[in-house]
Design a protein around this ligand. Sequence first.
Ligand SMILES: [Zn+2]
Length: 156
Amino acid sequence: MTENPRARVESFNLDHRAVVAPYVRLADRKELKSGGVVSKYDVRFTQPNVAHLDGEAVHSVEHMFAEFSRAHSDRIIDFSPMGCLTGFYLALDGDLEIAEVEALIERTLHDVLEAAEVPAANEVQCGWAAHHDLEKAKEAVRPFLAARAEWSTVMA
Ligand SMILES: [Zn+2]
């Protein structure tokens, strides 16, 4: 494999063979022209190119994290699935301690495990309302939470 040219997207410059999932990593920090800072975290559930999450699980985790996390923090800008289905990006307002970010993720994912339904999983509020599965979402979250002590280890 040849060396890839430096990309404009931070994650395209990450060697996905070198990371060890699950982990939480500060992927990007952007100082806004309008003032303030956006911090973007790579919340990786599965090992790249080895395993990926189920599509319905990803969709339901996205809905639940988006809704539940905002009850714990007013810093949430966005929580979005990666197209490769190996994790999510969490964008936050400002510079936070990684421990604070991990605690926010942990609290929110505990809410997912306790959820009785996926919020906004209907045709009014979602673009693919049939594409949800609460139990699969919980199955995706359980091993990630169980590996909580390993989140800060990004590289092998
Ligand atoms: Zn949706």
